[in-house]
Ligand binder design. Sequence first.
Ligand code: C2E
Ligand code: MG
Ligand code: MG
Ligand code: MG
Length: 292
Amino acid sequence: QAKESGRNAFVLFADWMNDSAEQQFRLLADLRRAIGSEQLFLHYQPKIRVATQKVAGAEALIRWRHPEQGLIPPDRFIRLAERSGAINEIGRWALDQACQQLRHWHDAGHDGWTMSVNLSPVQFSSPHLLQDVREVIERYAIAPRNLVLEITESTVMRDTDTSLRLLQSFSALGVGISIDDFGTGYSSLLYLKRLPATEIKIDHAFVRDLEHSAEDVVIVSAIVALGHALDMDIVAEGVETAAQRAYLERLGCDYLQGFLLGRPVDAARFMQLHDLPRPRVELASGPPRNPQ
Ligand code: C2E
Ligand code: MG
Ligand code: MG
Ligand code: MG
């Protein structure tokens, strides 16, 4: 299926717009049944710290394996879930699942790893979100700073006063706040100044042509300067080539994410690929376990 293999994250309109009303109706019914089943699961993409060139944590990305249609990307069902309200239940499940996974990683010795979880604007306006986050942190005994909540600019701009208050509560709790897809929304620098965010994620769109676009170089370095001045970490997403990586590192990004550094994979595969410092049993004389 072309949609599955040839999918490009840079499409200008979302996949769900291709679905007819009837298709969407059926998909939603299927989605409701999928909640709580094995059909919904998370993939994890590594986030690499430039200073150490090591895994600093992961971003949880939801996946849906439909019994007939196969793997359906989030761009095709998240909007559907948002418009129907199903996103609240899905989002709560994803938060729990991701934090449970983080607990396993911490138990396995990676106690500095962070977990980034995407929040929908619908979840963000739910009065239960703060309590859900408090509970999940407690349930898995996670240090708040190891959980990062990813929201987009437009989420914050929807209802700025309520959003700011909620963000301040998260900030007081100590969890990380990341502004996802930065640069693609209504970036009001005035609000950015007031946001208690800990991190900015530079959207793919500015990374893609970095090697060939003097404008994108200027934009990325401006975002880096702005973010650092406001005491935020800078993450670049969608890093696919070594040249992009070199530019982003030179321009001062703190963290990198992208296919070049690691694709989103299931938890078992994530450990196979990224649990590298742990010496294998037969390599008794291997390097000591890295405590990071
Ligand atoms: P996002 O949070 O901006 O996630 C980044 C997307 O870029 C992911 O797509 C990821 O697989 C993809 N990506 C990562 N590295 C590269 C790269 O080097 N090149 C390219 N072309 N793409 C890359 P994915 O997994 O399809 O997710 C799409 C969006 O769906 C996410 O964008 C996020 O907004 C949303 N999403 C995913 N999981 C969740 C979730 O649990 N809850 C909510 N509310 N939204 C989610
Ligand atoms: Mg994200
Ligand atoms: Mg993003
Ligand atoms: Mg996105």
